[in-house]
Design a protein around this ligand. Structure first.
Ligand code: S3P
Length: 433
């Protein structure tokens, strides 16, 4: 099991470009494969999760060539996928498995989906339920993996009120809706990332968006086009918090996706008093980008507004590190979804904060954190093989006066393969052993 040893560091500066957005990379492979024609992707995330999606479509007969972060997909059209010869293993990737099940539910062939230990513990009934309503036949292990999808079913469009704020569930149903008879509509309880809707429109598919309701009608076609993947704000978030908590820091992150369904971390850090500014705003391929400059700041504790939670869902672990360095108390509520991510991110973060002597109280749907000082830990922090937990605690080393060890960091490569390289380039001192 690999671990990080993070030594104290006190400078943090530079101009950086973090890797491509994970959510957009997944969708570019899926929709490029289902389009008619050749899709060229640049800035693709070369992380294990996005590669799991890429390999799954190759296993379904799609020719996909990759040269670093440039990918060429020879689309097979909506009905051109072939039955994979073996079960599709999606590794650690919830986005791959949940979105691909929407596509597979509508195929003429049967398929089986599985994943690693963490993915095998995560709830799948959230996608099985709406797909079953559409007419799919899916067997599972009591709502968990593996999923056995019967295939050969004619799906019909449904009107579905999302029971949880989840872009994965929304996207799964929309993708199944591409194949369904009639109209499929989703109603969201809160806005979630809308990359699927944006990319479908970019590939010429008609998607109606009216406030919290998204509708499409099955039976049309997707036309290939070029996709430029912007930098992932979820990866940028580690560096935003790092620069906020480190003394005398000044960092600029270039070309970051600032899709308004993803910018909760910016709003939360600003409410905490972060010194953060956006420049060079531009639109590329239906997504908004900006350069983000962050300098050191004295953060203060806040009650995180619940409406920002779905807009910052993946960034909350590193926001806990910001809260640990802030003056006063930070309260998070309305974030129960954190318990069903790659780990139970509320409990696992609380356990790590305890090891660093940060006072906190776990709530069913959140946490209360008292800002303080990271004291010398007696034991290693356990990441539970969750990439975002590993990186969050590595960032804490910018405010430590002693080494910290984080165990189980292997999965950092699922979303941010060059994290250590970029962190050390900016002045941190992390070794992976
Ligand atoms: C994602 C949606 C979110 C997020 C995940 C990526 C997506 O999951 O946490 O990392 O690309 O659609 P939920 O839909 O479970 O909130």
């Amino acid at each position: 099991m690999s671990k990080f040893v993070a030594k104290p560091a006190n400078s943090f500066s530079g101009h950086l470009k973090v890797p491509g957005d994970k959510s957009i990379s997944h969708r570019s492979i899926m929709l490029g494969s289902l389009a008619n024609g050749i899709t060229k992707i640049s800035g693709f995330l070369e992380g294990e999760d996005a590669l799991s999606t890429l390999k799954a479509f190759q296993a379904m007969g799609v020719k996909i060539e990759r040269n670093g972060d440039n990918v060429t997909i020879y689309g097979v059209g909506l009905n051109g996928l072939k039955k994979p010869l073996a079960p599709l293993n999606l590794g650690n990737s919830g986005t791959s498995i949940r979105l691909i099940s929407g596509i597979l539910a509508a195929q003429t062939f049967a398929s089986e989906l599985c994943g690693d230990e963490s993915l095998s513990k995560r709830p799948m009934s959230r996608v099985i339920n709406p797909l079953t309503k559409m007419g799919a036949v899916i067997e599972s292990n009591d709502g968990k993996l593996p999923l056995k999808i019967k295939g050969g079913q004619i799906l019909k469009g449904i009107h579905y009120d999302l029971p949880v704020a989840s872009a994965q569930v929304k996207s799964c149903v929309l993708l199944a809706g591409l194949y369904a008879q009639g109209e499929t509509c989703i109603k969201e309880t809160a806005p979630t990332r809308d990359h699927t809707e944006r990319m479908l429109k970019g590939l010429g598919y008609k998607v109606g968006v009216n406030r919290n309701k998204i509708c499409l009608t099955g039976g049309a076609q997707l036309s290939a086009f070029a996709i430029q993947v912007p930098s992932d704000i979820s990866s940028a978030a580690f560096f935003m918090v790092a620069a906020s908590i480190a003394p005398k820091a000044d960092i600029t992150l270039t070309g970051v996706n600032i899709n308004p369904t993803r910018t909760g971390v910016i709003d939360i850090l600003k409410l905490m008093g972060a010194n953060l500014s956006l420049s060079n705003k531009r639109e590329i391929g239906g997504e908004l980008l900006a350069d983000i400059r962050i300098q050191s700041a004295r953060l203060k504790g806040i009650h995180i507004p619940e409406n920002l939670v779905p807009l910052a869902i993946d960034e909350l672990p590193v926001i806990f590190i910001a809260a640990s360095c802030a003056k006063g108390e930070t309260i998070l509520t309305g974030a129960k979804e954190l318990r069903v991510k790659e780990s139970d991110r509320i409990q696992v973060m609380a356990d790590g904060l305890n090891i660093l002597s940060i006072e906190n109280e776990v709530l069913e749907d959140g946490i209360k954190i008292q800002g303080g000082v990271f004291l010398k830990p007696n034991v290693a922090i356990k990441s539970h093989h969750d990439h975002r937990i590993s990186m969050s605690f590595a960032i804490a080393s910018l405010r430590c006066h002693h080494d910290i060890e984080i165990e189980g960091v292997d999965n950092v490569k699922t979303s941010f393969p060059n994290f250590v390289e970029l962190a050390n380039f900016s002045g941190m001192n992390i070794t992976e052993i």
